[in-house]
Design a protein around this ligand. Structure first.
Ligand SMILES: NC(=O)c1ccc[n+]([C@@H]2O[C@H](COP(=O)([O-])OP(=O)(O)OC[C@H]3O[C@@H](n4cnc5c(N)ncnc54)[C@H](O)[C@@H]3O)[C@@H](O)[C@H]2O)c1
Length: 262
């Protein structure tokens, strides 16, 4: 299941928790050297210890810190072949209730942070002769939802950056993206720990459940691996099919199919 990633050196942002931690575990299991970057020093250190990797404490919204993290990874692990730009955060409230500070934080981490990582890492990969970037966007970047306007806009920006980066880094470096739906991690704990909200999320998902972090990490390592050698510029939605239902029309079609007047 886990592809051969020996000889790879990966920098995983937001690697201390959730999806990022599972990505670190999979890269390590595939034989890669792993740099675990997180703004939370304790969780970065814990995951790095688990995968025998390098812990880096940094905020992806700060360009100098990201440049330094890329240089440290290259110098200490002997190169950089892979970036997984996964660090992110969200808030939920009405669009016109967001403060300037909240908007700047959400865009700064999710979009500017991804840009900072791509700008620092891709030239190193090009100089090294090859590599792969996998960005982590969100289903909301493809299909925006109520309450997450700035987050949806930032994640749509990540999808656009992925395509631009793929065009500019080709043919040496491939750049792809995953767009997760509702995944059980600390980020979504408020939803998954509230039975009626969890039931709502499950009801809106054809596969009938929320996803697990390893189910996103598996797609990330696939996109990074040689099995995806002819894929670049793409965003793969990993959401149990929840993008598919249009509940109103589905209900109507079910009613028609079940009792169409003869
Ligand atoms: N869980 C979901 O349902 C879901 C859905 C869609 C997209 N995503 C995206 O997946 C990614 C991972 O989310 P997760 O669910 O694993 O969340 P998580 O909260 O478990 O992990 C996110 C990690 O990123 C780190 N981080 C946050 N801001 C940072 C910064 N400025 N610099 C460095 N590190 C920072 C956090 O400390 C944390 O360790 C995020 O980009 C998130 O937007 C998650």
């Amino acid at each position: 299941m886990i592809p051969d990633l020996s000889g790879r050196v990966v920098l995983v942002t937001g690697g201390g928790s959730g999806i990022g931690a599972e990505v670190c575990r999979r890269f390590a299991a595939g034989g890669a050297k792993v740099a675990v970057l997180d703004r939370d020093a304790a969780t970065a250190a814990a995951v790095a210890a688990e995968v025998n990797g390098l812990a880096i404490t940094a905020d992806v919204a700060e360009p100098e810190a990201v440049d330094a993290a890329v240089a440290t990874t290259r110098d200490e692990l002997g190169g950089l072949t892979d970036l997984v730009a996964n660090a992110g955060l969200g808030r939920a409230k009405g669009l016109w209730d967001y403060t300037d500070k909240e908007f700047a934080l959400i865009v700064g981490v999710n979009l500017t942070g991804t840009f900072n990582c791509m700008r620092a890492a891709i030239p190193v990969m090009l100089a090294g002769g090859g590599g792969s970037v996998v960005n982590v966007a969100s289903l909301t970047g493809v299909r925006p939802t109520m309450g997450e306007g700035p987050y949806s806009a930032a994640k749509a920006g990540v999808i656009a950056l992925t395509a631009s980066g793929a065009l500019e880094a080709a043919p040496t470096v491939r750049v792809n993206c995953v767009a997760p739906g509702m995944i059980r991690t600390p980020l979504t704990q408020m939803v998954t720990d509230t039975p009626e909200w969890l039931a709502g999320a499950e009801a809106g998902t054809p596969l009938g459940r929320v996803g697990e972090a390893h189910e996103v990490a598996d797609v990330v390592v696939f996109l990074a691996s040689d099995a995806a050698s002819y894929i670049t510029g793409q965003t793969i939605v990993v959401d149990g099919g929840s993008i598919l239902p249009s509940l109103q029309s589905d209900a109507l079609l079910r009613a028609i199919a079940g009792g169409a007047p003869g």
